[in-house]
Design a protein around this ligand. Structure first.
Ligand SMILES: [Zn+2]
Length: 407
């Protein structure tokens, strides 16, 4: 049985309806009841929304004919429930009109609907325990034959630079409107445009920080006789694009076609140093050194990995195979760069400094080494090599300049 207070409340013919999301329970004391009525008349006064419990109201709308809509509400938990229906034209901005006042009958056929109009419909439920809730539905009262049925929604998401591009892909439906929500994992959902969340275009673009996101697209068919809603969800990794590769360091390496007397062994260990040498001979070329190392020393061929002539031309020696230039402890994890000339007697040329810087810069960068990893033979062995006139400080300085130029 309804209390006297509730009956009085239900008998009121004029009050502004508020759509309540969530659940309200109010005691039926006269003071509390007064506050409820005040709240119902002032949509901003929601103070009575306390002591919440579960009481849910649903609304199903069916088109019977062009002007007749069947409204059916249900409440849970069930009980002695009174139902009321209100309506307004969507987008009109007008107040809601009552279709039918509170009644124990949970369904009602509204005979005054206009064909082709989109309505906002609200069902209200109030229990004899004083629990209240409402349910809101957007319903397009349009001939079902005038539009393809909206049967589902999927989405496509991809990163384009900082932006995430999201496209809703409807299955069927001709007048679907869309809304987007997204959140970083563990965060709060955001709307693309909170003040006007729905849009006609199925395409969304949003600039987002890189990271993992949950994205939801909502679609509502606005024109079909049977109102349809679908949503689609995806978890999307908005990954930063890989950093652009730095420009290549312009090193030209001439292959002199040296013939080795045995198979060379590729360097398999990480390269840790770039060791500079002079040949300690004023004129010998890469071919002269190759023949000397192979035929006099009995090695497979030239011991250096690369060779730089006085004119600055860079030649391929052993390349990225183990060299024979600094002893067994170093040959398998360093590169040996030999320079034409005798730098105990003469200075290395400007062209050699320039080319040496390009070649050393390339290998420093390739192997993630530092300027201090450019060393002389005499840093690892008791030898005069690469000679007291080797321009080590300038070589490192020029190498640094090259690295800064091509980063
Ligand atoms: Zn040396």
């Amino acid at each position: 049985m309804l209390s006297e207070g509730t009956k009085k409340f239900l008998s009121r013919k004029k009050f502004i309806f508020i759509l309540v999301k969530g659940v309200a329970v109010f005691s039926l004391s006269p003071l509390y009841f007064t506050r409820l009525v005040e709240a119902m008349e002032d949509p901003n006064n929601l103070d009575f929304m306390e002591a919440q419990t579960n009481f849910n109201v649903s609304l199903d709308v069916q088109r019977i004919s062009a002007n007749r809509l069947l409204l059916t509400s249900a409440c849970s938990p069930a009980g002695d429930i009174r139902y009321r229906f209100d309506v307004r034209v969507m987008g009109s901005g007008s107040s809601y009109s009552m279709i039918r006042n509170y009644s124990t009958n949970n369904s009602y056929t509204w005979e005054n609907a206009q064909d082709g109009t989109v309505y906002e419909l609200v069902a209200h439920g109030i229990s004899d325990q004083g629990a209240y809730n409402g349910c809101y539905v957007v319903f397009g009262n349009t001939s079902p034959s005038s539009s393809a049925p909206f049967r589902g929604l999927s989405m496509q998401v991809n990163s384009q630079g900082n932006n995430v591009h999201i496209s809703a892909v409807p299955q069927g439906g001709t007048n679907v409107i869309y809304a987007l929500q997204y959140r970083p994992v563990g965060g709060q959902y955001n709307s693309l445009n909170a003040s006007n969340p729905y849009q006609i275009s199925p395409n969304f673009v949003r600039q987002l920080n890189y990271g993992q996101y949950e994205i939801v697209v909502h679609g509502i068919e606005m024109a079909s006789g049977a109102m349809a809603y679908y949503g689609a969800y995806t978890s999307f990794n908005h990954a930063a694009p890989p950093p652009a590769a730095p420009p290549a360091i312009p090193v030209t390496i001439i292959d002199p076609g040296l013939v080795f007397s045995g198979a060379l062994t590729p360097i398999r260990e990480p390269i840790i140093k770039l060791i500079q040498h002079h040949m300690a001979h004023p004129t010998w070329t890469v071919h002269d050194v190759h023949i000397y190392h192979r035929d006099t020393n009995g090695w497979y061929g030239i011991g250096y990995n690369y060779w730089i002539a006085k004119n600055g031309q860079i030649y391929l020696g052993r390349g990225l195979n183990c060299g024979a230039h600094a002893g067994a402890n170093w040959n398998s994890r360093t590169l040996g760069i030999g320079y034409q000339g005798h730098f105990e007697q003469e200075s290395m040329t400007d062209a050699q400094v320039k080319s040496g810087a390009l070649l050393n810069a390339k290998f420093l960068r390739d192997n993630k080494l530092n300027l201090s990893d450019i060393i002389g033979h005499n840093d690892v062995s008791a030898t005069a090599c690469p000679g007291r006139f080797f321009r080590m400080a300038e070589l490192r300085q020029e190498t640094e300049r090259v690295l800064n130029t091509y980063k």
